[in-house]
Design a protein around this ligand. Structure first.
Ligand code: ADP
Length: 398
């Protein structure tokens, strides 16, 4: 077991998701979640071989305490010696990083600078890295960026129609997120369709609590729906996605909203939750819709329509289209959403087989297209494996 695993860490402001992964195979030895950090309710849950173990964290209930209990758990279960590096999911890598980076003082300084572009995410990632450096002082730490995959986008895709100086002086442009997921499913799609590695043109729809669409040509992202921040693009669980920016001025100037209220409204109170007035959870909304809740149906209609519109728009970004791809919690599991979205895509020659659609859920992958249709793939994403593999590559371990 010696020198075998990468510890993958995804650190949020009050949570840490972690998993121990063999980068060569993607085999996951254990995973877990520390949550409610910075409160007295902070807990950490470890899952090994399907068994869960939950512990309360002790004062000061912070990321450092959580990391320390991960170290203790790894030591008790004789895994600590087998970890040879830590891979961190970092949300924003700006234009500085189109590849993962071995973390040193320079990288940390850049991450601090980039926090300006991602104030909701990068500071938490930095906290996770600092806690992990203390917990594993002898291990290399690698940053894998959500934005890196999209650095191949052409200028016409990533520039906003704003004064050019805002891009030059302040980096205001589209960066895109969910890069590790779009990277993973596009490579898996080439394999599923028996295309040579990195070949093929795809539009992938990562549909989870956060959702984004990406156009990919021969292994490279050519456009994506999230922007400077993860707020733009299609409708999400609690985020609005694209809106007329004039609405923000109207809220502030005419309706008396504060900046913070607008920020919370767009990030936490909109999307499926705001429209349905019920929940951000797609599964729950489907159940409510089946029970006759009209508002839940409306929220799902708008969600699906906007996904279909974005997919159709990306036909303009590609010279051919080999397949569309569904992934993320909703894309992998909701036959309803897939059916609704594809119903609006018949002009792109996309029709699905109803039986295959229902059968391809809960971790299964495959082509759910009807016989005469363009391929329509369902591929469970594996962002942790991408982070583990890229971490190992950065330190030349595979
Ligand atoms: P995150 O972006 O937080 O990683 P996930 O990718 O796990 O989110 O996706 C969570 C979403 O997936 C939730 O809206 C959940 O309801 C939805 N989901 C999971 N299973 C199903 C299912 N069987 N049917 C419909 N939606 C589902």
């Amino acid at each position: 077991m010696k020198n075998k695993f990468i510890l993958v860490i995804n650190c949020g402001s009050s949570s840490i998701k972690f998993s121990l992964i063999d980068p060569a195979t993607g085999n996951e030895r254990l995973n877990g979640l520390a949550q409610s950090l910075m409160t007295e309710q902070a807990t950490i849950t470890f899952k090994v071989d399907g068994n869960k173990e939950k512990q309360s964290l002790t004062s000061p209930f912070d990321h450092q305490i959580a990391l320390r209990s991960i170290v203790d758990f790894l030591t008790q279960h004789s895994y600590k010696e087998a970890v040879f590096a830590v891979g961190h999911r970092v949300v924003h890598g700006g234009e500085e990083y189109s590849e993962p980076a071995l973390i040193d003082n320079n990288v940390m300084a850049t991450l601090h600078r980039l926090s300006q572009l991602a104030p909701l995410h990068n500071p938490a990632n930095i906290t996770g890295i600092e806690a992990s450096e203390k917990a594993f002082p002898s291990l290399p730490q690698v940053a894998v960026f959500d934005t890196a995959f999209h650095q191949s986008m052409p200028k016409k895709a990533y520039l906003y129609a704003l004064p050019y100086a805002l891009y030059e002086q302040h980096g205001i442009r589209r960066y895109g997120f969910h890069g590790t997921s779009h990277y993973f499913v596009s490579r898996a799609a080439s394999q599923l369709l028996n295309l040579p590695a990195l070949k093929g043109s795809f539009i992938s729809a990562h549909l989870g609590n956060g959702s984004s669409i990406c156009a990919i040509e021969n292994g490279l992202s050519v456009d994506t729906s999230m922007g400077l921040t993860p707020l733009s693009g299609i409708v999400m669980g609690t985020r609005s996605g694209d809106i007329d920016p004039g609405i923000i001025f109207h809220l502030i100037n005419s309706l008396g909203y504060t900046q913070k209220q607008v920020n919370d409204l767009l990030n936490k109170e909109s999307g499926l939750l705001g429209l349905s007035q019920l929940s951000n959870d797609c599964r729950l909304l489907e159940e409510a819709m089946l029970a006759g809740n009209e508002q839940a149906k409306l929220a799902l209609d708008i969600f699906c329509y906007r996904i279909a519109k974005q997919i159709a728009a990306y036909a303009a970004s590609l010279s051919t289209l080999d397949a569309i791809i569904f992934t993320g919690g909703i894309g992998e599991n909701s036959d309803y959403v897939r059916a609704q979205v594809t119903q609006s895509l018949s002009l792109l020659n996309i029709t699905i087989d109803n039986e295959l659609n229902v059968a391809t859920r809960f971790g299964k992958s495959g082509n759910i297209a009807a016989n005469e249709s363009r391929a329509c793939l369902v591929i469970p994403t594996n962002e942790e494996w991408v982070i583990a593999k890229q971490t190992a590559q950065v330190i030349n371990a595979i």
